[in-house]
Write a protein of this length. Structure first.
Length: 292
C-alpha cells in the first residue's frame, strides 16, 4: 500500500510541476503574441475574448422567438436532440474569404413543423466553433471550442449547460476539468459525460491530446482517467469518432487527425484509421469508476 501511495504522490507532483512550467511558458509566449497581433493591426485574442465574458449580474430571463428564418451558413456548430424533440444548434463560424465571423446563437429546429426558433439570452456561452454538446436528462451540456479571428485562435475550457424547460444557461463551476481545446469528442455514458482528445493550437504552440476525462452529473465534478503508460493507447488526435455501446459499457473510438510540427513554419498531418475500445466499469462511488 505504501508504494502505491508514493507512486500516486509522485505522479501528482509531476503533474503539478508540469502545469507550472506550461503556465510560465504560456505567459512568455502570450507576451510575444501580443506584439505580433499589434503589428498585424489586431487586438490580442485574449482582449477580444474578454468582451464576451459573462457576469452573474447579466442573468436574465431568456427570450424565445418563434418562426424565425433558418440560420445562415456556418461550419463547426453543435447539434443535439433535446427531450422536447427539438434539435438544438449552437454556435459555429463562417469565413467569407476575408473575415471570420463567430457565433454564439442558439436555434431550435422542430422537425414536425419544419420550423425554427431562436433562444436569446444575455447570459450564455461566448462565440465559438468546434466545441461539443451532449444531452443528459433536461440539460444540454457544452464544453470548450475555439474563437478565431483572421490571424489568431483562442481555445476555451469553460463548461456550460442549458435547461430545456426554462431555456436558461448555467456556467458549471467544476474544477480539474480538461484543459483548453477544440476538436475533442464528448459522449454520455450512464449519468456521466466523457471527453476524449482534441487539440490546442495558437500558432506559437500546438498540442494534440489523447486524455480521457469523466464528469459526474450527480456530484458535478470532473475526474481524469489514469492509464498504465506501459500499455498500448491511442496516439493524441482530434476529430475522431466516439461512441458508447450502452448495454456493454464500452467506449469505441475511431480515426481522427494528428498534426506534428516539424519546423517553425512546417507541420505534417496524418489521418488515423485505427479503432480502440475502452471498457467502462460503473461503481457506487464516483472515484471508483474505472476505464480499462
Amino acid at each position: 500500500m505504501g508504494k502505491k501511495k508514493n507512486k500516486k504522490k509522485d505522479a501528482a507532483k509531476k503533474e503539478e510541476l508540469k502545469k507550472k512550467k506550461d503556465a510560465k511558458a504560456n505567459k512568455k509566449l502570450s507576451k510575444k503574441a501580443r506584439k505580433e497581433a499589434k503589428a498585424m493591426g489586431e487586438d490580442h485574442i485574449d482582449e477580444l475574448v474578454k468582451q464576451f465574458q459573462v457576469l452573474d449580474d447579466k442573468k436574465s430571463d431568456a427570450v424565445v422567438k418563434a418562426n424565425v428564418a433558418r440560420p445562415g451558413p456556418r461550419c463547426y456548430p453543435s447539434l443535439a436532440t433535446l427531450p422536447t424533440g427539438d434539435i438544438a444548434m449552437f454556435a459555429g463560424e463562417y469565413f467569407d474569404g476575408r473575415v471570420t465571423s463567430m457565433y454564439n446563437d442558439l436555434y431550435l429546429y422542430t422537425p414536425e413543423s419544419d420550423s425554427w426558433k431562436k433562444v436569446e439570452s444575455e447570459y450564455s456561452p461566448a462565440p465559438r466553433s468546434s466545441h461539443q454538446s451532449v444531452v443528459y436528462r433536461e440539460h444540454m451540456y457544452i464544453f470548450a471550442g475555439e474563437f478565431a479571428t483572421t490571424n489568431q485562435f483562442y481555445h476555451y475550457k469553460d463548461f456550460w449547460r442549458y435547461h430545456c424547460g426554462t431555456n436558461a444557461w448555467e456556467l458549471v463551476d467544476a474544477k480539474n476539468g480538461p484543459s483548453q481545446r477544440s476538436g475533442h469528442r464528448m459522449v454520455v455514458w450512464r449519468n456521466y459525460i466523457i471527453v476524449f482528445g482534441g487539440f490546442y493550437d495558437v500558432s506559437r504552440e500546438m498540442k494534440f491530446y489523447n486524455d480521457v476525462h469523466i464528469f459526474c452529473t450527480r456530484e458535478m465534478r470532473w475526474r481524469k482517467f489514469q492509464f498504465d503508460s506501459l500499455k498500448p493507447q491511442p496516439n493524441p488526435r482530434s476529430g475522431c469518432g466516439l461512441v458508447v455501446h450502452p448495454s456493454k459499457d464500452e467506449l469505441f473510438m475511431y480515426g481522427g487527425y494528428t498534426e506534428i510540427r516539424i519546423g517553425k513554419q512546417t507541420t505534417k498531418g496524418r489521418c488515423n484509421s485505427d479503432i480502440w475500445k475502452l471498457k467502462l466499469t460503473p461503481a457506487k462511488k464516483f472515484n471508483d469508476v474505472k476505464a480499462t
